[in-house]
Ligand binder design. Structure first.
Ligand code: ADP
Ligand code: MG
Length: 652
C-alpha cells in the first residue's frame, strides 16, 4: 500500500471557448490506492465525468500528471492506452452503453474479443458472469429486450470480463428505479469486498454512503476528501499492470484471429441492416455483372466477325478503285478498275482466278411481285471464290458471260419475295424493266459481317450487267484468289505493279489482303469492347461510391458503438479494420454474385441472341476490382470511424 494505483497531480482540463477557454478541472490532486471503494460526489456539471474519462484513459488531461501504478499515462501510446482500458478498467455508465445490435452475451464478450481470447473460452466466461449476476436466462436477449436494471447488470458483467481491477461507475444508478438501484449497489459493494477498486460517481448521498471514502467536487475542484481508509480487504491487482509497456509488447493478438473476428462482426452488422446491405450489394452486383456480361458480348461479337471474315477466305486479295480523292464516274463510284484488268490479273502466277464485281441497286419484278435489291455483276468464278454455291439450278458460266446472256442467279431473300409460291428456275425477272432468265438460286448465307442481309442480292454476268443495267464499264472491285497463301505478300506486290502498268503509271487503286481486313475489323471490334467495358467500369465506380456512401452513413449511425468499443479496449486499428472489413465483405460478396449474374446474363444472351465469349481473366479482374473498390471506397469512412474521439463518440 505504499504506491497509489492512480495518482493525479495538478490535473487540469480545459475546453476552448471563443478566444478564451473553459477550465473544467482546476488542478486535481488525488491518490487512489488499490482496493479502495471511493464515491465522488458533486452537482451536475462540476466535472465528475470529465475526471472519470481522464482516469479511464478515454480522454487526456490538458496539463498535469496522471500516473497509473507509477507509470506516466501521458507517455503511453494508443495501443498501450487501449490495453489499459480493457485489462485494468471496467466502465459502468449511467446509460449502460450496450451495443444495440449485439445480445447480452456478445456485449459482455467485447473486451475479451479485443484481448484476443479464443471464442469458446470467452463465451463461457461471459455466460458465467451473466449467470452470477442473475441473467443466466437472458443470454441471447438484445438490450432493448432487457429492463434498465438488467442492462446495467450486463454492463457490469462486461466491466468484469477481463478482470476489471478498477471499476469506474459514472452514476450507475442514475437511470434506475429504487429496487434496481439497490441491486446494482449491492453488486458494486460485493465487488469492492472482493478487492476490486471501485470508483463510483453519484450525486446521491445515500448511494455514496456505500463507499469507504467520499470525495466531493465543486466547479472542477475537490472541496472534501475523507482520505484513504484502512480496510482488511486484500486488493486485487494484476502484476502485469506494474509494467504496461512490457505487457503490451509481450502479448500481441495474431492478425489472423483479429481478421476472423472482424469478418464475423462485419457479417453480423451487415445482417442486422440486411435491406441496406442488399441495396449496396446491388450496386456492386450490377457493376461487376455488367463488366462481365458486356465484355463477354463484346468479345463474342469480335470472335464472330473474325470467324465470318476468315470463312470468306484468307487467300483473297481485294482490289478497290481509288486511293482517296480520285476521279469518280458519273454515278459517283470510284472509277479506275476496268474489265481488261481482270483478265491481266488472272494470268499472274500464283493466282487461281480474278473475279470482278460491280453492284447497283435495282427494282426487280416478277409477275405481281417486286422488290428493290442489289445486282452484283460478276464473273462465273464467283461461287468458287466465295465458296458459295447455288442451292437450286446453276450459276451462270463463262460462256454466258461472253455471249452477254441475260441470265440471273437469285439470293434466297429475293427468290422468296419474287417467287413465294413457285420455283423461280427458268422464270423471268425484270431488272429495271430488262428481262433476265433465272438460272439458279443461291444457298442461304445469312447476315454479312457488317450486318446486312447477304441473301438480298441478284447475280448477273458482268458483261450483261454493265451493258444493260449499270451502263458503266468501271468495276467496284476485283477479288483475286491466291493459290499459295505463303506467297500472298509477293502476289499482292505483283498485282500492284501489274495494275500500275495497266493504268499507265497511276496507282489509282488499293490492294488489301484479307489478313489486313481481319486486323481492321478486329480493331474496330476492340473499340466496341473497350466502349462497352468502360460503360461497365463506370457502373462499377458508381457501385463503389454507393459503398462509400453507405459506409459513411453507417459510421455516423454507429458512432456510439465506436465509442463503446474504444472504451472497452479496441485500438484505433481495430475500429479501422472493422469498418474496412465490412466494406470489403460487401463488395467481395457483390463481386461473387456479380460475376455469377454477369455469366448468367451473358449465357442467356448467348443462347438466344448473339454469340458471347467468356474470359476467365476478365471475371477475375472484375472480381478483384470489386474487392478493391471496397478497400478504396471503404477506407475514408473507416478512417473517419477510427479517428473518432472516444469521449465524443460515447456522448453522441
Ligand atoms: P458532471 O459529470 O459532473 O455533470 P461533466 O464532467 O460532464 O460534469 O462536465 C463538466 C463541465 O464541462 C460542464 O460544464 C460541461 O458543459 C463541460 N464540458 C464537458 N465536455 C465538454 C466539451 N467537450 N466541450 C466543452 N465543454 C465541455
Ligand atoms: Mg456526468
Amino acid at each position: 500500500m505504499n504506491q497509489p494505483i492512480l495518482r493525479l497531480r495538478d490535473v487540469r482540463k480545459r475546453y476552448p471557448q471563443g478566444d478564451d477557454y473553459l477550465e473544467v478541472l482546476k488542478g486535481i490532486n488525488l491518490d487512489i490506492y488499490a482496493g479502495e471503494f471511493v464515491a465522488i460526489m458533486g452537482a451536475s456539471g462540476s466535472g465528475k465525468s470529465t475526471l472519470m474519462h481522464i482516469l479511464g484513459c478515454l480522454d487526456r488531461a490538458s496539463s498535469g500528471s496522471y500516473e497509473f501504478a507509477g507509470q506516466e499515462v501521458g507517455k503511453l501510446n494508443d495501443d498501450e492506452l487501449a490495453w489499459l482500458r480493457r485489462e485494468a478498467f471496467g466502465f459502468v455508465f449511467q446509460s449502460y452503453h450496450l451495443i444495440a445490435a449485439s445480445n447480452a452475451s456478445e456485449n459482455v464478450e467485447i473486451p475479451a474479443v479485443y484481448a484476443g481470447q479464443p471464442a469458446a473460452e470467452r463465451k463461457q466466461r461471459a455466460e458465467q458472469l451473466l449467470a452470477r449476476l442473475g441473467l443466466g436466462d437472458r443470454l441471447t436477449h438484445k438490450p432493448n429486450q432487457l429492463s434498465g436494471g438488467q442492462q446495467q447488470r450486463v454492463s457490469i458483467a462486461r466491466a468484469l470480463m477481463n478482470g476489471g481491477s478498477i471499476i469506474l461507475a459514472d452514476e450507475p444508478t442514475g437511470a434506475l428505479d429504487s429496487h434496481s438501484s439497490k441491486e446494482v449497489m449491492a453488486l458494486l459493494t460485493e465487488l469492492a469486498e472482493e478487492g476490486h477498486t471501485v470508483i463510483l460517481i453519484t450525486h446521491d448521498a445515500n448511494v455514496a454512503a456505500h463507499a469507504d471514502r467520499v470525495i466531493e467536487f465543486k466547479d472542477g475542484a475537490i472541496i472534501r476528501d475523507d482520505g484513504t481508509q484502512a480496510t482488511e480487504r486484500a486488493p486485487m491487482v494484476s502484476p502485469a499492470l506494474a509494467n504496461i509497456k512490457q505487457a503490451v509488447s509481450g502479448k500481441s493478438v495474431s492478425p489472423l484471429v483479429e481478421n476472423i473476428e472482424a469478418v464475423r462482426m462485419a457479417l453480423r452488422s451487415l445482417q442486422e441492416n440486411w435491406f441496406r446491405t442488399l441495396l449496396t450489394l446491388l450496386g456492386i452486383v450490377i457493376g461487376v455483372g455488367s463488366v462481365v456480361a458486356m465484355l463477354a458480348i463484346g468479345e463474342g461479337a469480335r470472335d464472330d466477325v473474325l470467324a465470318r471474315i476468315s470463312s470468306m477466305g484468307t487467300n483473297l486479295l481485294v482490289v478497290r478503285p481509288g486511293t482517296g480523292f480520285q476521279r469518280r464516274s458519273a454515278d459517283g463510284s470510284m472509277a479506275s478498275l476496268m474489265p481488261e484488268d481482270v483478265a491481266v490479273l488472272a494470268q499472274l502466277p500464283n493466282v487461281i482466278t480474278a473475279v470482278p464485281e460491280s453492284t447497283k441497286g435495282v427494282t426487280a419484278r416478277a409477275g405481281a411481285f417486286d422488290t428493290t435489291t442489289q445486282v452484283n455483276a460478276t464473273g462465273a468464278d464467283y461461287p468458287l471464290l466465295r465458296d458459295w454455291q447455288p442451292q437450286e439450278g446453276v450459276f451462270f458460266s463463262e460462256e454466258d458471260s461472253q455471249r452477254y446472256a441475260a441470265v440471273a442467279v437469285l439470293g434466297q431473300t429475293v427468290a422468296r419475295e419474287l417467287f413465294p409460291n413457285q420455283s423461280p428456275i427458268g422464270e423471268f425477272v425484270l431488272l429495271n424493266s430488262v428481262p433476265f432468265q433465272v438460272l439458279g438460286v443461291m444457298s442461304e448465307q445469312g447476315a454479312t459481317p457488317w450486318g446486312q442481309d447477304a441473301d438480298d442480292i441478284i447475280f448477273v454476268p458482268l458483261t450483261t450487267g454493265q451493258l444493260r443495267l449499270t451502263g458503266d464499264r468501271h468495276l467496284g472491285s476485283i477479288t483475286v484468289a491466291v493459290a499459295n497463301t505463303d506467297l500472298i505478300d509477293d502476289t499482292e506486290e505483283e498485282v500492284r505493279q501489274t495494275l500500275i502498268r495497266q493504268h499507265m503509271g497511276n496507282e489509282d487503286f488499293r490492294v488489301r489482303n484479307m489478313a489486313a481486313i481481319v486486323e481492321t475489323a478486329s480493331a474496330a471490334q476492340n473499340t466496341l469492347t473497350i466502349l462497352l467495358g468502360s460503360i461497365a467500369a463506370i457502373s462499377l465506380l458508381v457501385g463503389g461510391i454507393g459503398v462509400m456512401n453507405i459506409m459513411l452513413v453507417s459510421v455516423t449511425e454507429r458512432t456510439k458503438e465506436v465509442g463503446i468499443r474504444r472504451a472497452t479496449g479496441a485500438r484505433t486499428r481495430n475500429i479501422l479494420q472493422q469498418f474496412l472489413v465490412e466494406a470489403v465483405v460487401v463488395s467481395t460478396l457483390g463481386g461473387v454474385v456479380g460475376v455469377l449474374g454477369g455469366v448468367a446474363v451473358a449465357a442467356t444472351i448467348g443462347a438466344w441472341f448473339m454469340p458471347v465469349t467468356f474470359s476467365v481473366p476478365i471475371m477475375v479482374l472484375a472480381f478483384a476490382c470489386a474487392a478493391g473498390t471496397g478497400l478504396i471506397f471503404g477506407f475514408a469512412p473507416a478512417l473517419k470511424a477510427a479517428r473518432l474521439d472516444p469521449v465524443v463518440a460515447l456522448s453522441s
